[in-house]
Design a protein around this ligand. Sequence first.
Ligand SMILES: Nc1ncnc2c1ncn2[C@@H]1O[C@H](COP(=O)(O)OP(=O)(O)OP(=O)(O)O)[C@@H](O)[C@H]1O
Length: 247
Amino acid sequence: MAEALVIRDLGVSLADGDRGFALRVPELSIAAGETVGLTGPSGTGKTLLLELLGLLRAPDPGGVYRLCPRDAPERDLTALWTRRGRIARLRGRLFGFVPQTGGLLPFLTLSENVALPQRICGRPDPGLVSDLIDRLGLGPVAGLRPERLSIGQRQRAAIARALAHRPRFVIADEPTAALDPENAAEAMTLLFEAAGRTGSAVIVSSHDLDLLGRFALTRYRLALDPDHAPGRPVSRLIAAEDGREAA
Ligand SMILES: Nc1ncnc2c1ncn2[C@@H]1O[C@H](COP(=O)(O)OP(=O)(O)OP(=O)(O)O)[C@@H](O)[C@H]1O
């Protein structure tokens, strides 16, 4: 599989008075269409890492964040953060996001929510919207606003919305945290099946190691360095041969 995204020696440092937190990513590469699972104890920076990957957060200076487009020269994006408009356009085109609790716009119907990324990218594709809605079992409720949907339906709608513009990467931050085990397994199945159809790579974080083990071919975990300075933890990304080793 061709590489789609390569990160090397990248980091983010946060400071809040005398508290601090640093995330370090020595090496991470994601191939086109790959399925990647991310785990780690609470507070080790899973959300932070997904924000970094999804161009929602600028990295510290230095390091490599290289996109390898299918039909254009590779480019390192670390220097592009001075031009936020270009970062925002790339983010909208290349990434789809599934947040923990749907994140649907309350004043749009389910199908309007799903179609929104296509409208933002200027690439309407009503056929794909209907196809995703049907495959995710949402046909009967497509005309309803989010307040009338169950939590599980909202989460499936968020999956459809994340894939509607055929992004190269889908980033899902604990997408099943609000679901019971049965609905969680179903939502994960649908997420990975739908991403397979649009050819999108999936990067999903979860505390549920069984789910990650079933769906993600490659697994990473975040772990705190044992010898960090007091009040200033440093978390590091580690490749996990077996996702079960993570806490
Ligand atoms: N402005 C800030 N200054 C210092 N530390 C911060 C700041 N914002 C967040 N943090 C710390 O960043 C760390 C990473 O948070 P993050 O939400 O990414 O963890 P997580 O692994 O996703 O946690 P969870 O599993 O509970 O969702 C946390 O320990 C948090 O306290």
